[in-house]
Design a protein around this ligand. Structure first.
Ligand SMILES: Cc1ncc(COP(=O)(O)O)c(C=O)c1O
Length: 450
C-alpha cells in the first residue's frame, strides 16, 4: 500500500501532518480525567513504583522466609578494623575467613606509609578521565609493574574489577562473535558478554575436551572467538589445566582470557599466578585479567597483554574513556603490594601451607570440601542455603566469621560456607575452626534464631 502523504506537495504534507497530530493530542487533551484514569489502568504499578518491582518483591520474600525460619540475615554485617586473619564484630575479635587479604598486604605498614605520602601529594581522587584530563605518574608506574609481572607489553587499570571484565569483553567482541566460557565463570564475564551482543556458549567446568568438541563444531560460524576461564575458581578453589586451554586456543585461532582475581598472589612460587604455576610463558595467553581488591589489597581491575590490546581498550573501552582513573594514591599502594609480594615469597608459601593444612584437616574430619585443591578458597558444602546460613551464625557465636554462599550464587543443593585462607592465619586458628565446624555439623545445626 502506498503512503497517501507521498503524493502531496510540501505544504499540503505539512497541513496533513499537523491535522493528524492535533487529532492525536485531542485524544488526550479532550478529557484529561478520563485519560489519566485510562493511563493508570493501562500501566501496572509494577512498572513505575520501586516497591512493586518484581526484584523488590523477591528481596521481601527472602526476608520473610528468613523470619519464618528464625534466622538473622548474614548480609551487610558491620565489621571494624582492618580485614585480616581476625576482624571485629560487635566489639568482639573473631577469626576471619571472609577476607580476600590473601597475603596479608592490606594494612601493611610499608604500604600504608607509601599511600599516606601519595595522598599528601595527589589527594584521594584522579578527578577525571585519564584520556582527556591527563594521568599521574603512579598510573603509568603501576601499569608498567603489572606488565612486567606478566612479562607482556603493557597493562591498563580500571576503577573496578567487575567493570574491567564487562568493559573489556564488550569492547572487544560484537554480534558476529562468540564467547565460550567455563560453566562456573564469574558474573562479570557473563555481563560483559550480554553487553557485547556476542553469542555465549558454556563448557562444563574445567572440561577442555568438551571445549575442544564445541569449537570443532562451531568455530567456523563466528568471526572472533574468546575462551574465558578463571585462574582459580572463586566458589570451589580449583584450577584449570592452562596448558590444554592454550593448546586449544592455538588449534582454533581463538583468543584466551584468564581471570586471575583469585590466583594472583596464590599460585606459582612467587605468586605470579597460573602461568607461573604451570611454567608457561604468560605471552601464550591473550588477555590476562585481574583485580586489585584481593591479593593486592586495594580496589580496581587490570588487563595485561599485547600493546595493541591495551591501546584498543585505552581508546575505546567506555568504562575507561568515560570514567575516572583509579586514585593515584591507591595505584601507589598496589604497586607497593606487588613489590612486597615479589620481595617476600614466604607469604605465598605460608598461604599454600595454610591451605593444604586446612584442607587435609577438613578431610580428616569428614567435611565435604568439593573440588578444593587446598589453596586460598576452601568451601564446606552444607547442601542447602538455610543450613549454610545457620551454620555461619553458629560459628560466629564460637568466634569464627565465615560467609555462607547460598542460592542463586550456587545451586541450591550446593550451598556452602566459603573459607578464604590467608598467609596470616596460624595453625591454632585453622585447627580450632575445622574442629568447631565438624562439631557443629555432628551435633546438628541449631534451629533457633542466632
Ligand atoms: C573471578 C572474579 N572476577 C572478577 C571479580 C570482580 O572483582 P572486584 O570485586 O575487584 O570488582 C571477582 C570478585 O570477586 C571475581 O571473583
Amino acid at each position: 500500500m502506498t503512503n497517501p502523504l507521498v503524493s502531496l506537495d510540501k505544504a499540503a504534507k505539512q497541513r496533513a501532518l499537523s491535522k493528524i497530530l492535533k487529532k492525536r493530542r485531542g485524544k488526550f487533551e479532550g478529557n484529561s480525567d478520563v485519560t489519566a484514569r485510562r493511563l493508570e489502568e493501562e500501566v501496572p504499578e509494577t512498572f513505575y513504583h520501586f516497591d512493586k518491582f518484581a526484584e523488590y518483591q523477591q528481596i521481601k520474600m527472602h526476608k520473610a522466609a528468613a523470619d519464618h525460619f528464625l534466622v538473622n540475615s548474614p548480609f551487610f554485617q558491620v565489621h571494624d578494623g582492618c580485614a585480616r586473619d581476625t576482624t571485629w564484630i560487635d566489639g568482639k575479635e573473631v577469626i576471619n575467613f571472609g577476607t580476600y587479604n590473601y597475603l596479608d598486604l592490606n594494612g601493611n605498614p610499608e604500604i600504608n606509609a607509601a599511600v599516606s605520602n601519595a595522598i599528601e601529594r595527589y589527594g584521594v581522587s584522579a578527578s577525571a578521565s585519564r584520556l582527556v584530563a591527563g594521568e599521574r605518574m603512579p598510573h603509568q608506574s603501576l601499569e608498567q609493574a603489572l606488565a612486567k609481572l606478566y612479562n607482556v607489553d603493557a597493562a591498563l587499570t580500571f576503577v573496578g574489577g567487575h567493570s574491567t571484565n564487562v568493559n573489556t569483553i564488550a569492547t572487544l567482541l560484537g554480534g558476529k562473535d562468540l564467547v565460550i566460557h567455563d560453566q562456573l565463570i564469574h558474573n562479570s564475564i557473563k555481563q560483559g558478554v550480554l553487553l557485547s551482543g556476542a553469542t555465549r556458549q558454556i563448557f562444563p567446568h574445567n572440561d577442555w575436551k568438551e571445549l575442544d568438541g564445541l569449537l570443532s563444531r562451531s568455530r567456523h560460524r563466528f568471526e572472533k572467538v574468546l575462551i574465558c576461564i578463571e585462574g582459580l575458581y572463586s566458589m570451589d578453589g580449583d584450577i584449570p589445566d592452562l596448558k590444554r586451554f592454550v593448546e586449544i586456543s592455538r588449534k582454533y585461532n581463538v583468543l584466551l582470557m584468564v581471570d586471575e582475581a583469585h590466583s594472583l598472589g596464590v599460585l606459582g612460587d612467587t605468586g605470579k599466578g597460573l602461568a607461573e604455576h604451570f611454567g608457561i610463558d604468560p605471552r601464550e595467553v591473550d588477555i590476562w585479567m585481574g583485580t586489585m581488591s584481593k591479593t593486592l589489597g586495594s580496589c580496581g581491575g587490570y588487563i595485561a597483554g599485547s600493546r595493541a590490546l591495551i591501546e584498543i581498550l585505552q581508546y575505546s573501552a567506555p568504562g575507561f574513556v568515560y570514567s575516572v582513573g583509579m586514585p593515584p594514591a591507591l595505584a601507589v599502594g598496589v604497586e607497593k603490594a606487588i613489590e612486597l609480594m615479589l620481595r617476600e615469597p614466604e607469604r605465598v608459601s605460608r598461604l599454600k601451607s595454610n591451605g593444604q593444612y586446612f584442607l587435609s584437616l577438613a578431610k580428616e574430619h569428614g567435611l565435604e570440601t568439593g573440588r578444593a585443591q587446598g589453596f586460598n578458597v576452601i568451601p564446606v558444602v552444607t547442601g542447602n542455603s538455610l543450613h549454610a546460613v545457620r551454620l555461619s551464625h553458629a560459628l560466629l557465636k564460637e568466634g569464627i566469621a565465615v560467609s555462607p554462599i547460598v542460592h542463586p550464587a550456587v545451586e541450591e543443593n550446593q550451598a556452602r560456607l566459603r573459607f578464604f585462607i590467608t598467609s596470616s592465619h596460624n595453625e591454632n586458628q585453622l585447627r580450632y575452626t575445622v574442629e568447631t565446624v565438624a562439631k557443629l555439623i555432628k551435633e546438628g545445626i541449631p534451629q533457633q534464631a542466632l
